[in-house]
Design a protein around this ligand. Sequence first.
Ligand code: FAD
Length: 504
Amino acid sequence: MSKPAIRNIVIVGGGTAGWMSAACLAHVLHGLDYRITLVESADIPTIGVGEATIPPIVDFIRFLGINEQEFVRATNATFKLGIQFEGWKTTDSRYFHQFGALGCAIDGLPFYQFWLRAKQQGDQTVLSQFSPAARMAAQNKFVPASFGTKESLLAGSSHAWHFDASLVAQYFSDFAQQKGVMRVEANVLDTTLGDDGDIATLTVDGASGVATLQGDLFIDCTGFQGLLIEQALGAGYEDWTDYLPCDRAVAVQSESTGEISPYTRAIAEPAGWRWRIPLQSRVGNGYVYCSQYLDQDDAQAHLLSQIDGKSVTEPKHLRFVTGHRREMWRRNCVAIGLSAGFLEPLESTGIHLIMRGVRRLIELLPATRDCLCQAREYNQSLIAEYTSIRDFLVLHYATTQRDDTSFWRHCGEISIPDSLAHKLELFKASGYLKPDSHDLFEYNNWLAVLEGMGVRAQNTSPRINSVAPEEVAKILQQLDAALGKMTDAAPTHEAFIQRYVIDN
Ligand code: FAD
């Protein structure tokens, strides 16, 4: 007998994952015969720390038809051009992982090959000097790519935002409810499975007492606990702590001080790393650490001693297990957000994975609850995305030259995944970076981190030998000068926010 049609979608959880999923589903299914309900608890707080993003968020906002300026205003957002990594290779090292271009390909040859060739000739430039985003970030300047012509160097830059997580959830909540999503404020007490093993109903306790809520498809956005996907359906969890040992974080907000930088800072610390995320009116700070080497009180004391400006919230302590559900879609339940898995926020990928989850769900949205093959496809593709991000994160730790604390010695000894080992070996031998269709991070992202961590290709491509040394030097000089001119002409980040966001 065929299973019932899917008409009634129930989302549990009103954090960033719940409301982003609701907004996206409501936008796409608007006017069709679907009913979308979101249940959120007033008693269980959201995690509220996801505040740094990566460029695909801008496309997501455009996809929903939201005006960017309005979104930036409503969420207290600032612009982000990348991440400044401090103290990762050695205690006094620093590099910038830019969004967008890093040089430009010439005659089909990657810019990196030109730069390597110049290095062999004694060139003194640093690779990030050839990135529009890194150049602007270094001078606290910002102008979006859309302000340049298609041919201008600016076209190679890219941006994302730092925003207030609670304002973002509120924004998507209003958006989704305007598009017909029904909000139920209640605690989910229990889950009932049908004879076929699918979730049939939820028992909820809300303003009108205890009630039963039916659904055809359930989206679990209940955070780390995975109330439906794990507690009701036992999807199982793949633990990646051996690759990424941090398992705790402490977060605190502080007053703004100094200029608002258009980038996140990721500062290596004795037992992990610390983030600094500047918003328009405050700063988000946190220390991600490994409990094997640091206890909660010392982590909090260290974080508070390092932030600039007075803290304006109580420190919030979080525990996590890096990894993912073995099945993110199981039976008639799809987990999105922290309930699906967790990768530490070193490259700000949490919210991106929410967007990937909901958009993939929409692509595969089944007509009926008979959806085994859609679930299989979803699980394979999402897990591949988590895996490629994991490898990118491991790269940051495993290539460290630090051995000054037990934590960093541990990182230097991490046994890296085979997929990453192969990528590194190939890169060192040839400068070639194996593309992976699931890889969120592209050639230029990998290059920035590899070079920043002191991993450089040992050989240039033989094809670069056809370009004369003087020609290579000239290309680098011209690009450097043009980027300098572009950056000098750009407004400061704060002036841009004032002019194009606040005053507009
Ligand atoms: P939560 O925010 O935990 O929301 C869970 C929801 O479920 C809540 O509304 C709760 O009330 C509800 N709920 C739970 N149980 C019940 C119940 N029984 N009945 C009814 N409702 C229930 N991502 C980024 O992209 N950038 C970052 O910079 C970043 N930094 C991070 C830093 C840390 C330390 C951590 C841990 C995560 C970070 N993330 C970041 C990830 C990001 O915070 C999450 O992906 C995002 O907030 C989504 O969370 P969520 O909605 O899945 O879960």
